[in-house]
Each structure stands twice: as structure tokens, then as C-alpha cells.
Design a protein around this ligand. Structure first.
Ligand code: COA
Ligand code: MG
Length: 295
């Protein structure tokens, strides 16, 4: 199971930052060709991303490339310049229709079959960051088996809505809820929007915890310093692991004794809590922790 807790954006034309990101213990690096790159530096970024994919050792990190949107027409050149290095996948921004996913997927299928790579060995993640993208979530989420995750892009969405960004985030609450609902309905990861206040660690942790509470499994990062706090929030603590194991043990004992519901520490426990405990252990394993030997 691929775990994507922090996904770090790196401007594709900045070799120095790409090297820093490659050396980092981060689940996913997104080498950006879209809005992190000036319009007049797209060619340079394509060449720099291609070289980085071929030359740098990203360690355990997943390597994704963010394309320019299908509507820009630039995505074909982005794929052509980078696909032969076989990135793990592409992030498609400003997705508004299932057709955009299908179009890119067909191009990737062609690239894979030409090189005799396993089909669908290059995955897709869709950034949802316009009103139309949110409204079309059911079709987008079911468009293609290559699609593994839906990502919320709140800054672009707010500007598309004519909304103003607030600390509480009410203006994006509907989209944040809709995105995780569609992701979970169709077995995709839900990944939250980046936190743009670079120096506000407490704010970042609070917003990441909100995403975790809502069912999100990861969050975009835009600075090196954001990676560790995000990955920490999405990693269960030893106390959470212990509590989950205790609950599962108690549940098993009560099931064996013929009772489906019981009280533990003054709280009712039945099947949904049991499943939540199982998910805590799954998240621990995905983060590289063995619940049975963790101390
Ligand atoms: N990836 C890799 N390295 C990064 C990084 C990133 N996303 N963000 C910062 N760094 C590095 C810097 O290069 C710097 O290294 P150095 O001192 O050895 O040169 C170090 O971390 C400290 O950076 P800092 O001075 O705090 O920030 P900055 O002013 O250089 O950069 C940003 C600020 C926002 C421009 C930068 O964080 C960035 O490029 N983020 C990604 C933005 C992006 O891709 N946006 C599009 C998607 S929303
Ligand atoms: Mg965007």
C-alpha cells in the first residue's frame, strides 16, 4: 500500500530545490511544471525535471510530475519530455471533466505500450480546484483505473468561486467534504490543499488534523519544513496504536462470548469503532510501523 501523507511540491525549473527534495524523507515529491513555473520557463522546467528524474536518487519517495492542464494544450509536451524517465505518475491540475483524465490516460497507455512497460504502471492523481471540477466529481472519480487520488486545490477554487480565503475555511468546506466523500466512495486517496503560511507550524498542524479527522490520508506541502509535521499528523501515535489493539482484543473477546456491543472505559463499542481501530493499525503499517513490535 502506497502511503502519501506529505506530497511536496518543487518548482520544476529549480535544480537546487529538486536536489533538496530528493534527499528528504518524504512520501511523495511532485516535480511541478504548472503554476510553480513561470510561463516563459516551461521548456527549461521540462528539461530540468527530465534530468532530475534520471539523475537524482529520490530514495523511498514516490516521484510524480505535475502537468499543465489539458485545456492549456501544454500537457502533451510535458508528457513527451518526461515520460521516458518513467515517473511513478502524473498530477493533472484543474480537472473539470472525466474526458481530461481519459485523454491523458490514453497518451500514457501509448507511452507504456511503446516501451513495453506494464500497462497502468504510471498512475494519475487529479487536482480538483474549480467549481466545475467539484460538480463533476462523480464522473471524474470513476473515469479511469489509473486514477489513484483526488487532491483539493483551495486557492484556485476560491478564486474560481470569487470567494475569499478565511482561516476557518468555510468557503471551501463543501468542496473539502465532497472531495473526500467521492474519493472514499470509489476507493481513492483524498489529499488536502497546501497550507500557504510557511512559518505557521501550529496552523499547519491544526489544518492537517482537520483533514485527518475528515478522512483525508495526505496533504500537499510547499516547503521542506512542512513535510515532518504533516507526516507526523498522519502517523498514529503509540498511544493510539495501543488503544486500537486493546479495543480489538476486547471486541474479539466479547464476540467470542456472544455479545456484539459492550462498554470500554465508559464508552459504547460496536462494529464501527472496531473498524476505526483496524484503520488506525492499517495507517500505522502504511507509515512503516509494525503495531505488534512498536514501543
Ligand atoms: N522543495 C525543495 N526545497 C525547498 C522548497 C521546496 N518546496 N521550499 C524551500 N526549499 C529550500 C530552499 O531552496 C532553501 O534552501 P537553501 O537555503 O539551501 O537555498 C531552504 O529550503 C529554505 O527555504 P526558504 O528560504 O525558507 O524559502 P524560499 O524563500 O527559498 O522559498 C517558496 C519559498 C515558497 C518559493 C518555496 O518554498 C517553494 O518554491 N515552494 C514550492 C512552491 C510551489 O511549487 N508551488 C506550486 C504549487 S502550490
Ligand atoms: Mg492550482
Amino acid at each position: 500500500m502506497q502511503t502519501r501523507r506529505a506530497l511536496l511540491f518543487v518548482p520544476g525549473d529549480d535544480r537546487r530545490k529538486l536536489e533538496k527534495a530528493a534527499a528528504l524523507d518524504v512520501d511523495t515529491v511532485i516535480l511541478d511544471l504548472e503554476d510553480g513555473v513561470a510561463v516563459n520557463r516551461k521548456d527549461e522546467a521540462r528539461a530540468t525535471v527530465d534530468a532530475a528524474l534520471r539523475e537524482l536518487d529520490f530514495g523511498r519517495s514516490e516521484r510524480l510530475v505535475r502537468l499543465n492542464p489539458v485545456t492549456s494544450g501544454m500537457h502533451k509536451a510535458d508528457i513527451a519530455a518526461t515520460v521516458h524517465a518513467h515517473p511513478d505518475g502524473y498530477v493533472l491540475p484543474k480537472v473539470e471533466t472525466p474526458g481530461e483524465i481519459l485523454e491523458v490516460s490514453a497518451d500514457l497507455w501509448q507511452a507504456e505500450s511503446q516501451r513495453r512497460w506494464p500497462s497502468r504502471s504510471i498512475i494519475l492523481l487529479a487536482l480538483i480546484e474549480t467549481a466545475l471540477g467539484v460538480v463533476n466529481l462523480p464522473g471524474i472519480a470513476t473515469s479511469d483505473q489509473r486514477l489513484k487520488a483526488l487532491i483539493l486545490g483551495a486557492e484556485d477554487l476560491a478564486s474560481d468561486l470569487g470567494a475569499r480565503r478565511t482561516a476557518a475555511g468555510h468557503e471551501i468546506a463543501y468542496a473539502r467534504g465532497a472531495l473526500v466523500m467521492h474519493a472514499k466512495a470509489f476507493d481513492l486517496d483524498a489529499i488536502d490543499t497546501p497550507y500557504v503560511k510557511l512559518a505557521d507550524r501550529a496552523g499547519l498542524m491544526a489544518e492537517t488534523t482537520l483533514a485527518l479527522d475528515m478522512g483525508y490520508s495526505g496533504k500537499l506541502a510547499i516547503h521542506l519544513n512542512q513535510v515532518e509535521p504533516i507526516q507526523a499528523v498522519f502517523t498514529p501515535t503509540i498511544e493510539e496504536i495501543r488503544a486500537a489493539q486493546r479495543l480489538i482484543r476486547a471486541h474479539d473477546e466479547h464476540q467470542a462470548a456472544g455479545s456484539g456491543v459492550f462498554a470500554l472505559d465508559g464508552k459504547m463499542v460496536d462494529m464501527p469503532m472496531m473498524r476505526a481501530a483496524v484503520i488506525v493499525l492499517q495507517r500505522a503499517r502504511a507509515a512503516g510501523i509494525d503495531p505488534d513490535t512498536a514501543v
